[in-house]
Write a protein that binds this ligand. Structure first.
Ligand code: FES
Length: 108
C-alpha cells in the first residue's frame, strides 16, 4: 500500500498507508490528519482539501483540470505547487509522496 507523508504547517508529520485509488484527501481524513477537511466529500466544490506538492513529485501527478484550477482560486494561501487533494488518486507510483498542508483551509 502506498505510503504518503502529510506534513502539517506546524511541521508535524504523518506517514500513513493510503489505499490505492483513494484520493489524497480521503487518505488524510481517514487517518485523522489535521489540516485537510474535505467538506464537499471530494466533488471539487469546497477547496478545503488544499495542499502543496513537493517539486520532486509535482511532475508525476496528472495536470489539474479546469475545475480544479477554478476551485483553487478559493484556496487559502495558494501557491504554484497548490493542488486539491480530492483530485489526486493515490497509486503505487506515488509511494513516498510528500504533501504539505496550509496553515488554514478556506472554511477556517
Ligand atoms: S474535498 Fe472539496 S474540493 Fe476537495
Amino acid at each position: 500500500m502506498p505510503k504518503v507523508s502529510y506534513i502539517e504547517a506546524s511541521g508535524v508529520q504523518h506517514i500513513v498507508d493510503v489505499g490505492e485509488q483513494l484520493s489524497l484527501m480521503e487518505g488524510a481524513v481517514l487517518n485523522d490528519v489535521e489540516g485537510i477537511v474535505g467538506l464537499c466529500g471530494g466533488i471539487c466544490s469546497c477547496a478545503t482539501c488544499h495542499c502543496y506538492i513537493d517539486d520532486e513529485w509535482a511532475a508525476k501527478l496528472p495536470t489539474p483540470s479546469e475545475g480544479e484550477l477554478t476551485m483553487l482560486e478559493r484556496a487559502y494561501d495558494r501557491r504554484p505547487n497548490s493542488r486539491l487533494g480530492c483530485q489526486i488518486a493515490v497509486t503505487e507510483m506515488l509511494d513516498g509522496l510528500v504533501v504539505r498542508l496550509p496553515a488554514h483551509q478556506s472554511n477556517d
